[in-house]
Design a binder for this molecule. Structure first.
Ligand SMILES: [Zn+2]
Length: 227
């Protein structure tokens, strides 16, 4: 049977640490679907951390399963803890430090990216003794510059090198590129960052896209934790 997810575990190169993004086979904003998905991956859904995301730049360190309000980035070093976030065009950013075994999952749309959520996550990891030099990141499938049309008011919040001209006054924003550069700026090595080229808007059979489907879009779930 074909898997209903992408597996990024190999990239992190650590035996047991695993990271996945679901496809659009189910709407994972349903907690029931999320739990089933997590159990099928071989985790225990009772260990799940479930944030209520609000496009903020807030990061929280967690050490046990919980629901957390108003947070878009979660970090942990508790091996039994399984992290989750929901996406549909926004970036799922996976973080892992093989030396300390800290791991994290960040939800970064343009708002979170503009308010530097990934840098906040790296700073929080630094406070916990993680060297950014050895931190590994995966910028998961999300809306590509091919499809991420924004108005000049949004484009102008970022350096002009991240946008190209679209229709009329619209601009096409390279959100993944911004996050990648923010990570490098925070001290990550280029060679420790995997950038998925997959565009959630273009790949209609594989991913939900809020921009393509509007309010009818379901959500994919990103998961990471230890097996
Ligand atoms: Zn696209």
């Amino acid at each position: 049977m074909k898997n209903n997810y992408i597996d990024f575990s190999d990239y992190f190169g650590s035996n047991g640490f695993s990271a996945y993004l679901s496809y659009c086979d189910e709407d994972y904003s349903s907690l029931n679907n999320r739990n089933k998905f997590v159990d099928n991956l071989g985790f225990n859904s009772r260990n799940l951390v479930v944030p209520k995301q609000i496009h903020s730049n807030k990061i929280k360190l967690v050490d046990n399963p919980c629901r957390i309000d108003n947070v878009d980035g979660i970090l942990s070093k508790t091996r039994s803890t399984v992290l989750s976030i929901l996406v549909a065009d926004c970036i799922p950013l996976f973080l892992f430090n093989p030396s300390t075994q800290y791991f994290g999952l960040i939800h970064s749309g343009w708002r979170g990216t503009h308010s530097n959520i990934s840098q906040n996550a790296i700073n929080k990891l630094k406070e916990e003794g993680n060297s950014s030099n050895s931190t590994i990141a995966v910028i998961g499938p999300s809306i590509g510059q091919c499809c991420f049309e924004v108005g000049p008011e949004v484009a102008s919040k970022f350096d002009s090198s991240y946008s190209i001209k679209g229709n009329k006054d619209r601009m096409l924003l390279n959100l993944k590129g911004i996050v990648k550069d923010q990570l490098i700026h925070s001290g990550l090595q280029k060679s420790n960052i995997l950038l998925s080229s997959e565009c959630t808007y273009c790949e209609t059979e594989t991913f939900y896209s809020y921009r393509r489907q509007g309010n009818l879009a379901g959500r994919m779930v990103a998961i990471c934790g230890w097996h």
